[in-house]
Design a binder for this molecule. Sequence first.
Ligand SMILES: NC(=O)c1ccc[n+]([C@@H]2O[C@H](COP(=O)([O-])OP(=O)(O)OC[C@H]3O[C@@H](n4cnc5c(N)ncnc54)[C@H](OP(=O)(O)O)[C@@H]3O)[C@@H](O)[C@H]2O)c1
Length: 244
Amino acid sequence: MTESEHTPRVAVITGASSGIGAATARALHADGYRVALLARRLDRIEALAGELGDGAIAIGADVTDRDAIVAAAARVADELGGADVLVNNAGTMLLGPFSSAQREDYRAMVEVNLLGAITATEVFLDQLKDGGGDLINISSVAGRTARATNGVYAATKWGLNGWSESLRQELLPDVRVTLIEPGVVDTELPTHITHEATRQAVQQGYDAATVKPEEIAEVIAFALSRPRHLAINEILVRPAGQLG
Ligand SMILES: NC(=O)c1ccc[n+]([C@@H]2O[C@H](COP(=O)([O-])OP(=O)(O)OC[C@H]3O[C@@H](n4cnc5c(N)ncnc54)[C@H](OP(=O)(O)O)[C@@H]3O)[C@@H](O)[C@H]2O)c1
């Protein structure tokens, strides 16, 4: 066996405190990865790291705070030997009719969904390049479509898609770039919507959600498990009953 076959890969997952990020941390840890869980809610990621046990660390970090991401990268290097996989999953979906009343939501979505992913990637890039890495960007069906009241969220996800395609070309073959575009998944994502009527309407759809975060995590783990010569660039994954 070569050294790389003995050494577990290291995955850094942003937004690991709930939903798709937490499920991805569980799935990758079960596949033998060592995992670094990043999020703002330290209590949640510490509890998850404790549950996973050996090879899991929790690092409180806001993706809008570059210094916090730089500090997280230093810990990943020191404690786990550097990242092989970065899952840019942290995100927020603050839907509602376009108006000045929601301008803070627009800033938050751009800063977390788009700039946060860009920042985490530029900070971790040297670690990912060292030995063959993977970058997983969690976009959305909203990175391919748009509808009334989701314009800025869709703009951040369309932005993620364009940036990912550019990076895919720039980083090959050292780092594989994979874009994951889920439809409705049963998570707490809609609970943060500040426009009350929109929150209630969107929550109704999420209350009927059939796809669980664990199913998206399986898709991510599958893409990562392919041999290095095969790059899955993009996965659009909707609930079977979702039209748009
Ligand atoms: N659920 C869906 O239907 C769906 C569909 C398509 C795409 N997605 C995408 O999937 C990703 C995960 O969402 P989810 O559905 O799993 O929702 P979720 O349960 O609300 O998870 C969002 C995660 O992002 C983290 N986060 C938010 N702001 C952050 C910040 N400033 N810094 C660091 N972490 C931050 C949250 O952690 P803290 O609050 O602890 O920081 C949380 O762990 C998002 O990018 C979302 O756009 C979701």
